[in-house]
Design a protein around this ligand. Structure first.
Ligand SMILES: NC(=O)c1ccc[n+]([C@@H]2O[C@H](COP(=O)([O-])OP(=O)(O)OC[C@H]3O[C@@H](n4cnc5c(N)ncnc54)[C@H](O)[C@@H]3O)[C@@H](O)[C@H]2O)c1
Length: 279
């Protein structure tokens, strides 16, 4: 390994189980020489397997609800104590939509759930960055990455209120990136991956169809969790020291593709069947 993150210290939000994108990012950060602290909610720690990751690698695991300012303050204080100084990088891999999980249609969303989706999946990034600034917890030139999805900018049937949360998350990354960049040269970027089977990524009814569709449409095929982790590691590294306020797509080219010859053929076949049925 190239030890891209040698000497760097990081906080990783969002590892629930071995499928979690944050789990893969944590492993890649360690391979590249970083020292890390894991964090998640009390419930996630009880229900998931992140304790196994922590104990296998001797990592501190700190309880923090990313919507709670007091928890975030406590997390940064403890992380700095345990790591022996300011943090160099933070991964925000936090999302949840009860509307999506309960299969509510977008136009009939429950507003209490909607507010929770925004609070957990978007405002939490603001709270984390606000607290880090206030405590001066991120070192000069540090790097923060949050994970988003292309449904932040394009209509995506079934992605529900998470589309609004991701649009807001990306906007917060730009606004805070501008402010934190001037203040401390801290970068804030978004990584937007392909759909990947995880707990948060699997709440949608048509998901199995969509994995296949996305894989087909992407010139390079779907990216996996390890591909996504690689992009995060490079963004945490000094190689990207002047890249900030960006959304970087790790999606095999999906977001830049509209049509393929195979889709034209498939659609023609559907039309032919329809015509036959009408005759
Ligand atoms: N899997 C995909 O297809 C995909 C695609 C694009 C983007 N993403 C994004 O990647 C990120 C990670 O998701 P994942 O797919 O690894 O699923 P995941 O379910 O493994 O991770 C989501 C994490 O958010 C945590 N979380 C929920 N509420 C929280 C709170 N209040 N405070 C702190 N943590 C909280 C959960 O405990 C969990 O660890 C999310 O932002 C997700 O939207 C995922």
């Amino acid at each position: 390994m190239s030890q891209l993150l040698a000497g760097k210290k990081g906080v990783i939000f969002g590892a629930l189980d071995e499928r979690s994108l944050a789990w893969h990012v944590a492993l890649r950060c360690m391979e590249e020489g970083a020292q890390i602290v894991l964090t998640n909610t009390e419930v996630a720690i009880q229900l998931g397997t992140v304790r196994d990751l922590a104990s296998a690698h001797g990592l501190p695991l700190i309880v923090c609800d990313a919507t709670n300012l007091e928890d975030i303050r406590d997390l940064f204080a403890r992380a700095q104590e345990l790591l022996g100084g300011q943090v160099d990088f933070v991964l925000h891999a936090v999302a949840q939509s009860t509307n999506l999980r309960r299969h509510k249609s977008y136009e009939e969303a429950n507003y209490t759930y909607f507010q929770q989706t925004i609070d957990i999946s978007a405002l939490s990034l603001h709270k984390i960055l606000h607290t880090a600034m206030e405590m001066d917890a991120i070192a000069e030139g540090g790097s923060v990455v949050a994970l988003s999805y292309i449904a932040s900018e394009r209509y995506f049937y079934g992605y529900n209120d998470m589309g609004d949360a991701k649009a807001m998350l990306e906007s917060i990354a730009r606004q805070m990136g501008a402010l934190y960049g001037r203040k401390k040269r801290v970068r804030v970027n978004i990584v937007s991956p392909s759909p990947i089977p995880t707990k948060a990524g699997g709440g949608w009814k048509e998901i199995d169809f969509f994995y296949r569709y996305s894989n087909h449409l992407s010139p390079l095929g779907n990216a996996d969790a390890d591909d996504c982790a690689g992009v995060c590691v490079v963004l945490f590294s000094d190689l990207m020291k002047r890249v900030t306020m960006q959304t970087i797509y790790c999606d095999g080219g999906f977001g830049r593709t509209i049509l393929t010859p195979e889709l034209v053929d498939d659609y023609r076949r559907i039309e032919e069947v329809k015509d036959k049925n009408e005759d």
